[in-house]
Design a protein around this ligand. Structure first.
Ligand code: SAM
Length: 253
């Protein structure tokens, strides 16, 4: 898959992209990321990319022409069928299901804004979708672009060590992840749940599913509602709730 990012801070992206899972995906050619600087498409000697907002108010707004120039140059390098996404705090909330969908697109253009934002005419006419990474305001779209690229890269075949890893993570099956443990078996008297060292793979699978269901019920009940449960899962969750209530009762005694 090929991704292009329009950004005034391409170095920030390039530096961050060289590490870990994404760095490996780029090295292996599973993913290609190219940056396009609107400044290279400014038409005046000062390479101006922003201007004061119509109607007054603080801050500067990114101008249409340099953004459009960078964005069209980027699209010319991406395969047909690629989609254009503007990253903005008021966009559709980015979720794992969107990362999964996007990982099957031939290419993706991400546009990172800065300052007070981007001239609305660019967003309306030169992008297909708007995505937000959460209900908070960042100084620029570079961190959101990195978040989106990272989430997509993990889903590309050949990026992670084991093909199963991405499926077993949070949201892979509509549930959050189960807890993980590694050696030593006991830390300050806190032991690893015995089932995990039992070698009984059926019991381990059952325990993990139960923990994932329980944690989703506790932390993200809306996910569970949206996903639904099988009869076996419902029984596991009931058992989780009973054990939790018993533990709370014992702690009170
Ligand atoms: N005036 C804008 C507002 O109130 O939504 C904030 C502009 S912000 C300082 C500058 C740029 O950061 C935006 O153009 C957008 O590209 C990016 N940005 C900020 N928060 C974001 C978020 N939560 N998700 C995606 N992009 C974000």
């Amino acid at each position: 898959m090929r991704i292009a990012v329009v950004s005034l801070f391409p170095l920030m992206l390039r530096e961050a992209l060289g590490h870990g899972v994404v760095g490996r995906a780029l090295e292996r050619g599973v993913l290609g990321v190219e940056c396009f600087d609107p400044r290279d498409h400014a038409t005046d000697v000062h390479r101006t990319v922003d201007d004061r907002p119509y109607g007054g108010g603080p801050g500067m707004v990114l101008k249409v022409e340099p953004l459009r120039g960078a964005s069209r140059a980027a699209m010319a390098r991406l395969p047909p069928g690629s989609r254009r996404v503007y990253l903005g705090a008021d966009g559709r909330r980015f979720e794992q299901s969107m990362a999964r969908e996007a990982s099957e697109w031939p290419g993706l253009l991400l546009v990172a804004g800065r300052y007070e934002g981007v001239d609305e005419r660019f967003i309306e006419r030169e992008t297909d979708e708007q995505w937000s990474i959460g209900d908070y305001v960042l100084s620029g779209g570079e961190l959101p672009a990195l978040v989106v690229i990272d989430a997509i890269a993990r889903l590309m075949p050949g990026t992670l060590g084991s093909a199963e890893s991405a499926e077993q993570e949070s949201f892979g099956d509509g549930l959050v992840d189960w807890p993980h443990y590694t050696r030593p078996a006991s830390v300050d008297g806190h032991a690893v749940p015995a089932v995990l060292s039992s070698g009984d793979h059926v019991a381990i699978r059952r325990w993990r599913l139960q923990q994932a269901l329980g944690r989703t019920w506790l932390r993200r009940p809306e996910l569970l509602e949206r996903r639904g449960m099988s009869r076996e899962e419902r029984a596991l969750l009931d058992e989780f709730k009973i054990e939790r209530a018993n533990r709370a009762e014992r702690a009170e005694d």
